[in-house]
Design a binder for this molecule. Structure first.
Ligand SMILES: [Zn+2]
Length: 392
């Protein structure tokens, strides 16, 4: 429920971050690189290791007013949303908390000026976001363009180290030798590692354009598994994406006469599904969906808080829909993530695809519970199963 004519909305969005935090009695945040950082108003500093430095999981951007917690994932775009989250209250209640009761008689001229100001601010914010988005897409394209062919370099060795012995390396995969691992920390770009990296383009199939890049840093030492990246005592993930991922996939293998598409989250799991060349899938395309959220696309909100509806929001523009040549779409379900929410997300993506492409056949193929496809291929599945039986 929105109240666009209420002049207090513009007033609320004028409240500086420092004042907002004071009103909400959120203390202990420090300013760094244009953001206020510190313990989270929701999850505090639970589970924080002080050896890694002060807790900085909760961030509020002083300029954009956007806020989020890296740990418990609360996030929002403005002052009113932060009040709603912290106080667990409704939109009108949050407005009243910030700006007092609704004035009975508002001078229409004052209201008009305030609305104009709010619109100008929204336009400036949209322009800022757009510029940032285009910059990250340009960066992604430049990385993909610079990469050498995956038939050379460390790509084959890395995939073998993950149990994937391919006769031919999929053409879209490439590599860079001295590729910097750059992450934004406290508003600053920090280079945490430089080394060999597998490069995969994330493509919008409608236009064929690279919209983002998927980067996997590889250990320079044999057997060339994932690189270990440790910064300030914290182990960072060895994979990063850059650019506009939403709605776009990594087209690893696409035979000319394909009518079936198999999709798993990661590059490794997608190739693990391809390698056994299961009967009935001889001419299938194998694309990686990058993340479960990206395979699902935007979901309608569930009526129950904290639960997933599993229903696609068909109005979302940036969500994956398979190309028209796909007659059968199969999602691989990783066994190593939460089974209920994983199922809901996969169902959401497949229902979107069926709605957009009537007549499309879809299915979910599960990897055994507790294992991802690479484990299965490497025989870890059997091994762990035997260990478990031996322990019983
Ligand atoms: Zn939190």
């Amino acid at each position: 429920m929105n109240f666009p004519d209420d002049p207090r909305i513009a007033d609320a969005k004028d409240i500086p971050v420092h004042e907002l935090l004071h009103k909400l009695e959120i203390y202990g945040l420090t300013e760094k690189g244009g953001e206020m950082q510190g313990p989270c108003p929701e999850c505090g500093d639970a589970g924080h290791n002080p050896a890694t430095g002060p807790c900085d999981r909760f961030n509020v951007n002083i300029a954009s007013k956007q806020w989020f917690c890296r740990k418990c994932k609360i996030a929002g775009g403005d002052q009113i949303e932060l009040v709603r989250e912290v106080k667990g209250c409704s939109f009108p209640e949050a407005l009243e908390f910030l700006c007092g009761e609704k004035p009975l008689n508002v001078d229409p001229e004052v209201a008009r000026k305030k609305r104009k100001k709010a619109e100008a601010r929204a336009r400036a914010e949209a322009a800022r976001k757009n510029k940032w988005r285009q910059q990250s897409i340009d960066d992604a394209r430049s990385i993909v363009a610079r990469a050498g062919p995956g038939s050379r370099g460390i790509v084959g060795a890395y995939l073998r180290a993950r149990g994937l012995s391919l006769d031919v390396i999929p053409a879209p995969l490439g590599y860079l030798l001295k590729h910097p691992y750059v992450v934004k920390r406290g508003g600053q770009n920090v280079t945490m590692h430089i080394g060999p990296c597998m490069i995969a383009p994330i493509v919008d199939w409608r236009t064929g354009l690279v919209m983002a890049v998927h980067q996997t840093w590889v250990d320079i030492n044999p057997p060339h598994g994932k690189a270990t990246i440790i910064y300030n005592g914290v182990t960072e993930k060895s994979k990063l994406t850059r650019g506009s991922v939403r709605g776009n996939f990594i087209p690893l293998i696409t035979p000319a006469d394909a009518d079936t598409m198999v999709v798993a989250e990661g590059i490794e799991n997608t190739l693990a599904a391809y390698l056994p060349k299961p009967p009935g899938f001889e001419n299938a395309a194998y694309w990686a969906g990058v993340s479960l959220g990206n395979m699902a696309g935007k979901m309608l909100k569930s009526e129950k808080r904290g639960q997933l509806s599993g229903l696609p929001d068909m109005s979302a523009e940036e969500a994956f829909v398979p190309p028209p040549w796909v007659k059968r779409l199969v999602f691989i379900k990783d066994g190593d993530s939460d089974p209920v929410s994983t199922q809901k997300q996969l169902e959401c993506g497949l229902l979107r695809a069926r709605t957009a492409r009537p007549g499309l056949r879809t299915g979910i193929v599960p990897a055994p519970a507790g294992f991802d496809m690479c484990d299965v291929l490497n025989g870890k599945h059997k091994q762990k199963h035997q260990e478990r039986q031996a322990n019983e």
